[in-house]
Design a binder for this molecule. Structure first.
Ligand code: SF4
Length: 314
């Protein structure tokens, strides 16, 4: 099983995304109430090397060779990727050695640092998040390391935008009665006017989060916020892109590998592995009976989670 590379997974924003996880599980400078990976166990504020960067790049290249359908290589995973100080070197290496675009999903907390902006400048797409514009709401939803302020994040985004030539897709994750109040939304609107990102992607909690009671926003409310924030906004729709086949032999290993990082529905599994839905459901039931995975229900939706990651969705 791969240590750092997973997928391709069906990403609602990026198509088929080969995930790169350059951070040990839950090393993060946030502890978001909606985090699918679970509670932050290692609160980190400083950047450092975590793994052999050369080996990690070779692992990505090996996966790329095997997988037939990859739209983008995406640094994300189970912690904040910019905490790895080798991330810029790895992006440059991948850009030098493959034609596949590189994206980075980041919480945006370190964009006020010049070294981080320089590292991310080599990526084709940067997807930062910004879930609040007041310190109080920021603390409630993202529970950041004390060294991080929302003002620094906003300034970091502005400075990064002024120099970065690639695309910036800003994600806002909404949780009901946390960051959807009228004052917060009005302040958000004003702050967003001052950041020239290419897209503003409105999201809400759709997958199990670790027992925080975070609730999703209704679709009608997201649509209303979209109208308020202007025409750069889109509400992120469900992923429906289909794969012919992945060219990866070990179906079970691939599915368990992805489930280590995120919960999946039957449709996700069918889509990412290129098999029919009924077949995916059968195989998942068998894995469940072997106690390799378990199910978690959120509302009407059944999610599969890794058996050893029971903190997801509890
Ligand atoms: S959602 Fe991302 S930024 Fe938030 S705690 Fe999880 S890994 Fe960290």
């Amino acid at each position: 099983m791969s240590r750092h590379v997973f997928g391709p997974v069906p990403s609602r924003r990026l198509g088929f995304s080969l995930g790169v996880d350059p951070i040990p599980r839950k090393y993060c400078n946030f502890d978001c109430i909606y985090c699918q990976v679970g509670k932050t166990t290692h609160t980190e504020a400083e950047r450092r090397s975590f793994f052999d960067r050369q080996e990690l790049v070779l692992e990505v290249l090996r996966h790329l060779e095997k997988a037939k359908a990859v739209d983008v290589i995406t640094f994300s995973g189970s912690g904040e990727p910019t905490l790895n100080k080798d991330v810029g070197w790895m992006i440059r290496e991948l850009k030098r050695r493959t034609e596949t675009p590189v994206a980075v999903i980041t919480n945006g907390s370190l964009l006020h640092r010049e070294d981080v902006r320089e590292d991310l400048s080599f990526a084709d797409i940067v997807l930062p998040s910004l879930d609040a514009v007041t310190e109080e709401t920021f603390t409630r939803i993202n529970r950041p390391h004390p060294s991080i302020s929302v003002d620094d994040i906003v300034k970091g985004l502005q400075v990064f935008r002024s120099a970065y030539k690639g695309k910036i897709w800003l994600e806002i994750m909404f949780a009901k009665e946390v960051n959807d109040g009228p004052d917060e939304l009005e302040r958000f609107r004003r702050v967003l006017e001052g950041i020239a990102v290419d897209k503003i992607q409105l999201n809400t909690i759709t997958r199990p989060a670790p027992g925080e009671g975070a609730k999703p926003l209704e679709a009608s409310m997201l649509a209303r916020i979209g109208r308020m924030f202007g025409n750069r906004c889109e509400v992120i729709a469900g992923f429906d892109k289909r794969s012919e086949a992945l060219g990866i032999d070990d179906w079970v290993a691939r599915v368990l590998d992805i489930l280590e990082r995120r919960a999946l529905t039957i449709d996700d599994v069918a889509s990412v592995t290129g098999i029919a839905r009924d077949e995916a459901a059968d195989r998942l039931r068998r894995l469940e009976s072997q106690q390799l995975l378990q199910t978690v229900r959120q509302g009407d939706i059944l999610f599969y989670v890794h058996a050893e990651k029971s903190d997801i969705g509890t």
